[in-house]
Every structure is written in structure tokens, then in C-alpha cells.
Design a protein around this ligand. Sequence first.
Ligand SMILES: Cc1ncc(COP(=O)(O)O)c(C=O)c1O
Length: 346
Amino acid sequence: MDARIDLRSDTVSKPSERMRQAMATAEVGDDWYGDDPTVNRLQDRAAELTGKDAAIYLPTGTMCNQVALHAYVRSGHFAVCEANAHAGRTEVSSAAVLSGIAFRYLTAPERGLLIGEQVAAALAPDPYDVSVVDLVTIENTHQVGGGSVLSVTGVHDIAAVCADAGVPLHLDGARIFNACAVAEVPVAAYAGAVTSLMFCLSKGLGAPIGSILAGDKEFIREARRLKILFGGAWRQAGIMAAAGLIALEEGPKRLPEDHENARTLAEGIAELLPGSLDPDLIETNIVFVDVSGTGRDATQWRERLAAEGVLVTMIGGRIRMLTHVGVDAADVQAALAAWQNAAKAA
Ligand SMILES: Cc1ncc(COP(=O)(O)O)c(C=O)c1O
């Protein structure tokens, strides 16, 4: 048994027994020929849920973003994104190498949440035609922003600005179902405001692998071509898609539990280390702790917590923790006890 409490990401969760059963008995075919019935069911279900014409099942969220970027942005042109967006930061070299794309970064007023006005300013035409923007991409929830939620109205504001400028809007919705749980809206409410979106089955929804990219028919047709260009077909992917279908059905329902656990974790840490975070800002399943005022740096905290059996990551000198299906309320209490012990350790 794994005694560690793994808060490094919501990607570390293991597939449920029901997923494993479904994977073992999945009907499969060669996805190159469009012959995998389970992949087809997953794609159809994703299109239906998002209200988009079509969807494609891809191995990762990164690949979904990269396919979208390549489809929309000409080599040498720009995509606009928030300064700490995954697509523009973690994936910056992928976009450069695969598509020759540059980013124009906008710093959001708070927690990574872009607003329409600043996007409008970024889309003003360059009188010298040096930088041409072909795409705006937004992230919801915003990971580095601490799992912050952009409202449906906020997304519509940005969409209106993009529509005025004739620029498509792509949503990196790796954790869009977490946003939906907070905003209490179906995913179609967000999807309806954007040109395309991706979401991950492998994060809070609990599947072992896979992400979805959804948009209009022409876009998804191009995405199929780009899937082949970027790596080829993934053949009997129905084995994975079977778990994805269960993730779509069951995953969203239990996200409020992850959010409650994250809030409890944040409250406990704020009590132990006053000023290190504001628990009232924890909306979803991500908790960042600013340990700069504790006399120890993030590496030291991470090592001490690991010695206490709690795994965390560091981003920009802060400690990051995510709750997920593999973490229950008792684990949160045990993690808080580990923080207390780590604080006492010399
Ligand atoms: C906001 C966001 N977008 C995209 C990704 C990429 O997803 P994947 O790890 O499936 O490539 C991540 C991964 O953590 C993410 O947090």
C-alpha cells in the first residue's frame, strides 16, 4: 500500500475499479480508420456535452493546445495569453518548435484572470504590421493563479472583444469542470462562448490518460490531420477512452469534494503560517503557499514534507498542492499534521 499522501498534482490519481473493468472489456478498433467504437463514443459524448460540432480524443492536454495553436496561428504570428498560462509558458518551446509561434503575454489584474479590456488593447492592429495576432487563448481554471475561476460572463466579455477583432478564442480548460462546479453551470456554458476548447480527462476527472479538443467540424478535421502530423494514430485507444467515458460521467460530480478538501487544507496552513496564503481565495482544488516569510525556502519545505510522507511541488518559489480523487478528508488532516511537524523540525 502507498502510505504517502500525494498532493503534487491531480494527475497522480489512479483509475477506479470501474474504470479498470471498463478498460479490460472495452470494444476497440483502429482509430486511424475511425474504427474504434469506444473512442468514437467518447468523442461524440464530448461534443454533445460541450455543444460543439465535433471533438477529438488526444493523449494529452499539451497536445490539444499545440494542435489548436498550429491550426490557428501562422508561423511568425502571435498568440495572446496570460503571462503565466500553461500554453504560453510550459508549452512555449513546443509552440516555437512545432509551429513557429510567438506569444504576447498579458498580466492579469488578479490570479491569472484576464479581462476583456486588456485583451482588446492587445488586439489593436499594429500600424507597422510587425506583430500579427491570430489567436487569443485563455485558461480556466487558471493553474498558477491558484485554480482561480473565470466567470461565464468574463469569458463572454473576452469573446466579444475577439469577435470584434475577428480573432478566434481558444480555451485551455484543462480543469474546466472545476470551474463549472464553482460557477454551477454545465460545460456548454463556457464552451458556447469560445471558438474551441480542450479539457483533460486525466486531471480532476480521474482518468489515467487522455484529453479532449472540441470545436467546429472544419477545425476538428484539421485537428485530425495535425494529430497524424504530430505523432500519428493511436490505434486501439478505446482501452483508454473507456476510462475517459467514466471520467466524464462520474468525475464532475465529485469535484466539490476536492474543492472542500483544498479549502480545509488552506485554512489549516493559514493558521499555522499566517500570511502565507488567503484561504478565502481557494475556489477549486489548487493551493499555493508562499513560504518566503517562514525562514525556510520552498525546497526545504518540500523535503521536510516528503520526510513526513506528503509530496508537494514547487512553482516560482511557492509550494503547490492539489487535491484529487485519491485524497480524502482524513488525508487532508494527515497532511496538516505533516505541515505542523515540518514546521517544528529543526
Ligand atoms: C492549465 C493546464 N493546461 C494544460 C496542461 C497540460 O496537460 P497535460 O499534462 O495533459 O499535457 C496542464 C497540465 O498540468 C495544465 O495545468
